[in-house]
Ligand binder design. Structure first.
Ligand code: IMP
Ligand code: MG
Length: 170
């Protein structure tokens, strides 16, 4: 396994993102919505660097793999917080084609949120198929398959404390 972004760089960047959010949402009471499973580590580290009162919720989104509608996104766990008139920050670990986030932004809009921003640890710009407004981005990376810090390959490697390149992938 090759390390792409080590623990110290992640920690430093996550601290900066937390500070930015703290400034931008001063006197507000945002709701952080994490996309499981991948965002669990990033969200936990991020919000400990956010000096605001806030609420937290999680969704589970998956890509439908059956034959009928390939590429369709399924919401497996719904947001339980009432989001009407709330300031929502969606947190995800990686933005690839953008389809997951596009789906979730629309879903949260329908719930009547007052504002929606996105906070993403890693962004692969080259792969984007839909245009997504990203507000807070940790790192732009090349189009390589990465694992660790929440990201998996067949459900493994999520607990690595760094972002690594898996040998033999890509
Ligand atoms: P999108 O809808 O294509 O943006 O999909 C994003 C989702 O695909 C992420 O939330 C990840 O779960 C997964 N994904 C995309 N790239 C990678 C990667 O390099 N490693 C692990 N998972 C990835
Ligand atoms: Mg994900």
């Amino acid at each position: 396994m090759k390390i792409l972004i080590d623990r110290d760089r992640i920690e430093e960047r996550v601290r900066e993102l937390g500070k930015e959010i703290t400034v931008d949402y001063k006197d507000k009471y945002p709701v952080f919505v994490g996309i499981l499973k991948g965002a669990f580590i990033f969200l936990a580290d991020l919000v400990r660097n956010v000096n605001l009162e806030a609420e937290f919720d999680f969704v589970v989104v998956s890509l439908y793999k059956g034959k009928k509608s390939p590429g369709m996104i399924i919401l497996e766990r719904e947001v339980l917080t009432d989001l009407s008139s709330r300031d929502v920050i969606i947190v995800d670990e990686i933005l690839d084609t953008g389809k997951t986030l596009e789906f979730l932004i629309n879903h949260i809009k329908e719930k009547g949120a007052r504002s929606i921003k996105t906070c993403i640890l890693l962004s692969k710009k080259k792969k984007r198929k839909v245009s997504i407004k990203t507000d807070y981005v940790g790192f732009e990376i090349e189009d390589k398959f990465v694992v660790g810090y929440g990201l998996d390959y067949n459900q493994r490697y999520r607990n690595l404390p760094f972002v690594g390149l898996l040998d033999g992938k890509d």
